[in-house]
Design a protein around this ligand. Structure first.
Ligand SMILES: [Cu+2]
Length: 270
């Protein structure tokens, strides 16, 4: 598991570790009983051992024990799910995430630029880190995400959040995280729902900065609104015969690893 950078991710990690501990405890007990019975009750003579059946206490135990195990797992899962999906806390930053074929647009809904439009960052499909859209967020802050998609179902996934949520056309989703202090840095973001031709290049970068740096970045964006790329065109599914598109289709056809695709991308840029 990646190092968790939100309080919610800490909770997910704890639940995951707890589940493994419980699974190993049950596993060791079961393996132990199997090995013990294989050794203690191995065949010693040709005589048939005493035949027993319908041991009520043991039959009852077979039913009661799994119910207890499942109840405990269910309790912790339900408790943590409720916590992870809470969106009541007032957030420091509100981000609209628009997932489209095949990139991301991040809109800071409360931050209006000089033209009166909310600050927004949009990307293009790529495997080269320089070209990916960057989601800038402050550390030590509560962030609220509203997810939407205009075309097909995508899934907003930041592995360091230990969390993903679908972006579904016509069904807005939302969640909140509390980013921990001192976790400034770049983290990977991905689409986690197979969404078509360029799904594998539907990547983004999460950049966590200090709250002061975040404020400075937002002010700069407000003063110099980013020139957004033309809105995504669904008809691009049939690649046009220009060079950039060709590379994209070759990449997809060859199902290159992201490394070699990135290399191809770099060669292309030079
Ligand atoms: Cu997608």
């Amino acid at each position: 598991m990646p190092e968790p950078i939100t309080e919610q991710a800490e909770r997910v990690l704890t639940l995951w570790q707890g589940s493994w501990v419980a699974a190993f405890a049950v596993g060791i007990l079961v393996w132990g009983l199997i090995i013990w019975s294989v050794i203690a009750h191995r065949k010693r003579s040709e005589q048939l051992p005493p035949q027993v059946r319908y041991n009520m206490p043991i039959e009852a135990l077979y039913t009661v024990l799994p119910i207890i195990v499942i109840s405990v797992l269910f309790y912790f899962t339900a408790r943590d799910q409720t916590y992870l999906l809470e969106t009541d806390e007032p957030a420091d930053v509100y981000v609209d995430v628009n997932a489209f074929q095949w990139s991301w647009q991040f809109t800071y809904e409360k931050e209006l630029d000089v033209n009166g439009n909310p600050v927004s960052v949009a990307g293009v499909p790529s495997t080269s880190k320089d070209e990916l859209p960057v989601l800038v967020l402050p550390s030590d802050s509560v962030v609220h995400f509203d997810l939407d998609a205009p075309d097909v179902i995508h899934s907003f996934w930041i592995p360091a959040f230990a969390f993903k949520m679908d972006a579904i056309p016509g069904h807005p989703n939302e969640f909140q995280v509390k980013i921990k202090p001192g976790v400034e840095g770049d983290y990977e973001g991905r689409c986690a729902e197979l969404c078509g031709f360029d799904h594998s290049r539907m990547l983004f970068t999460l950049r966590v900065v200090t709250p002061d740096e975040y404020r400075a970045w937002i002010e700069e964006q407000k003063a110099n609104p980013q020139e957004l790329p033309a809105s995504p065109d669904v008809q691009e599914e049939t690649p046009a015969p220009d060079q950039g598109q060709d590379t994209a289709s070759q990449d997809a056809a060859a199902q290159d690893s992201s490394d070699s695709a990135a290399a191809a991308e770099e060669e292309d840029g030079q």
